[in-house]
Every structure is written in C-alpha cells, then in structure tokens.
Write a protein that binds this ligand. Structure first.
Ligand code: TYM
Length: 335
C-alpha cells in the first residue's frame, strides 16, 4: 500500500468463502470496495474461519478461498492499494475473539437475526456454537485493524452494531484501547432480493439449491439472461406505480449498475413492458460481469501468483493485528 494511504480513514470488510458469489455480494460489497479504494486505507479479508461454521469439505474450502481471492482482484481490488488476506493466516483474529467473548453477554448474541435463523433451521442440538459466537469473531476482525468504516450490505448492520458495542465496552472498562467502527452501507444495492422470491434477501446458500434465486458472478451471459428473464414479477404487463417487490428489485439492480437513482430508473421504465425492463437489467448485468469474468480467468491461470499476494499481505497485516492484540492483552492483564 502506498505511504500516503496511511493518512486516510481505514476500511475493513470480508466475505466468507462458503459458496459462489452472487450479484448481491457484488452490489452490496465488492463493487463499492473497488470504487472507493482511493479514498481509504483498505483491508479486505477472506473470512475462512467464519466459513468453517458450515463444515465445508477441506479441499472445497481451500478452493473457494483461492477463488474468492481471484474474485476480489477481478472485481477491481488492486493488491497495490489494498491488503487482501486470509483471516486464518493471522492468528490474532482467534486470539482477540476469545478475549471479546469474555466481554459479550449471551443475550447480545441470542438477539442476532442470522443466529436465530440458522438455529431455528437446524435446531439447538445441531447448530454449532461457532454460529453463535460468529459475530464476536467478526468484531475481532474489525477491531484488530482499528477500522473507521466497515463497508457491507444491509444484512450485516446488526453485526457491526455489536462490534461497536464491544469496542465501547472494552474502552469504557480499560481506557481507550480500540477504535469504534461505523457501518458504511450504500443507498442503492445494499439489499438485493432473490430473483425467484423478491420478498427474501438474495443468499449464497439458497442459490445452491435454487439456481433461479441468484445471478452468480461467474454465470455465463446466456445463463444471466435466462435467470433475469425468469425473475418473479407480478401479473401486471408493464411498470406502473406502486411497483411490486419483484419489479422494485429489478429497478434497484438496474439503478445500482447504471449508477442512477432508483427514482430515475423508475421514471425511465414507467409504462414500459416487463420484458423490456428485464432485457435492460440483463444487459447491465452482462456488461458488468463480462470484464470481471475475463480478468478472473487470467488470474486463475496463475494460482501461485494469487497465493503470493495473500502471503505478502498476511505478513504486512500481521504487524498491525499483533500490535492491537498486544494492546488489548496488556489492558486486560494477559501481558
Ligand atoms: P457474506 O459472506 O454473507 O457476504 C459478503 C458481503 O455481501 C453482502 N451481501 C449482500 N449485499 C446486498 N444484497 C444481498 N442480498 C447481500 N447478501 C450479502 C454482505 O452484507 C457482505 O457485505 N459476516 C460477513 C463476513 C464478515 C465480515 C467481517 C464483514 C466476517 N468478518 C468483518 C465485514 C467485516 C458475511 O457473512 O458476509
């Protein structure tokens, strides 16, 4: 990272290498990270420890970790301007997590909507405690780097609130130890909904069983067009106010990709047939994905090069993370 970057506010964010990335991950997170990388000092993590809560096959976890590194760069993150590293390569994440767990009341974690959803789906006897303490590890990711901002989609807001609460708790008990982070959530594209179920958030895990749920960033253009053509709308033939959830989602995707406001997108398509709207959305998605996929293919031709980027970055960020960890260890009496 260039020396001048050090005077800028710092951002940290991460994605789990659990399933293939979809359009929501791009619009809610990656695209914004890439667009704003000159405004911040950038830390982008591949959160493989979080992905372990889904018990992936080891080979698959290794493969998805490298795939995600390539996707970060293919979506525009420049390794010369961004730290791009793997969470488990920096042991301080797990170490700080434990200290923070001792400061976290159970009630805070029981209120987390993602935990509630996964524990209801799996049942208390089956859901692992990693799913429960997941937000504390996320707080460790953020606090270790003294991040000012955490650029994410809307679904992560509650987790970042918890990171703030933990930072404030640590600071109020032990003096000013860590920076209190703030979420950075875009006005447009922060909550992309499922193409097949527009009342439900677009989700990586759902897309595995229901391919029509999400456009994946590596879908070929004909697949992208087909998925968008089949997106759920309603029984109206054309765009009229007030629009239903499916049409609103398509307009939002269009607005985010073409960089217009949602009101502007609505004005552009008002009175036009759904098929026209879907064609325009598909064009916008394909225009965005084609260069990303080309760059991705180039990067995957040199996996050793990707591993080098990750190793060099881990060596640099370890110094930052270890310094914070030591500060916290001293504050709580471990050193
Ligand atoms: P993950 O891997 O589920 O999602 C990665 C990013 O994509 C955003 N996102 C969406 N944005 C818009 N519409 C959607 N439908 C949509 N679905 C997902 C997410 O908000 C996220 O920004 N807990 C995090 C990973 C994490 C993390 C961190 C993030 C671990 N440590 C520290 C920030 C800072 C997660 O599971 O993201």
């Amino acid at each position: 990272m260039s020396p001048s970057a050090a005077s800028r506010p710092r951002v940290l964010s991460g994605i789990q290498p659990d399933f293939g990335l979809h359009l929501g991950n791009y619009l809610g997170a990656l695209r914004n990270w890439a667009r704003d990388q000159d405004r911040y000092e950038n830390y982008f993590c591949i959160v493989d420890l979080h992905a372990l809560t889904r018990h992936p096959d080891p080979e698959r976890l290794r493969a998805l970790t490298l795939e995600l590194a390539a996707m970060y760069i293919a979506c525009g993150l420049d390794p010369a301007r961004c730290e791009i590293f793997v969470q488990s390569h920096v042991t301080a994440h797990s170490q700080l997590c434990w200290i923070l767990e001792t400061l976290t009341p159970m009630g805070w974690l029981e209120r987390m909507t993602q935990f509630k959803a996964r524990s209801e789906a799996q049942g208390a006897e089956r859901v692992n405690t990693g799913v429960f303490t997941y937000p504390v590890l996320m707080a460790a990711d953020i606090l270790l780097y003294d991040a000012d901002f955490v650029p994410v989609g809307e679904d992560q807001r509650q987790h970042i609130e918890l990171s703030r609460d933990l930072a404030q708790r640590l600071n109020s008990q032990r003096g000013d130890i860590v920076r209190v982070p703030a979420p950075l959530i875009s006005a447009v594209g922060a909550r992309v909904m499922g193409l097949d179920t527009p009342e439900e958030k677009m989700s990586k895990s759902v897309a595995v069983d229901r391919p029509g749920h999400a456009v994946l960033l590596l879908d070929p253009p004909d697949v992208i067009r087909r998925k968008i053509a089949r997106a759920t709308t309603d029984t109206e033939p054309a765009v009229h106010k007030p629009v239903g959830a499916g049409v609103a989602n398509l307009l939002e995707i269009y607005a985010a990709l073409r960089e217009v406001s949602t009101d502007g997108a609505l004005a552009e398509f008002e009175g036009r047939r759904y098929s026209e709207l879907k064609g325009a959305v598909a064009d916008a998605v394909v225009d965005a994905m084609v260069p990303i996929q080309a760059r991705y293919a180039e990067l995957r031709a040199d996996d050793d090069g990707l591993r080098r980027v990750l190793a060099q970055s881990a060596a640099r960020v370890r110094l930052v993370a270890d310094a914070t960890l030591l500060r916290v260890q001293e504050a709580v009496g471990l050193r």
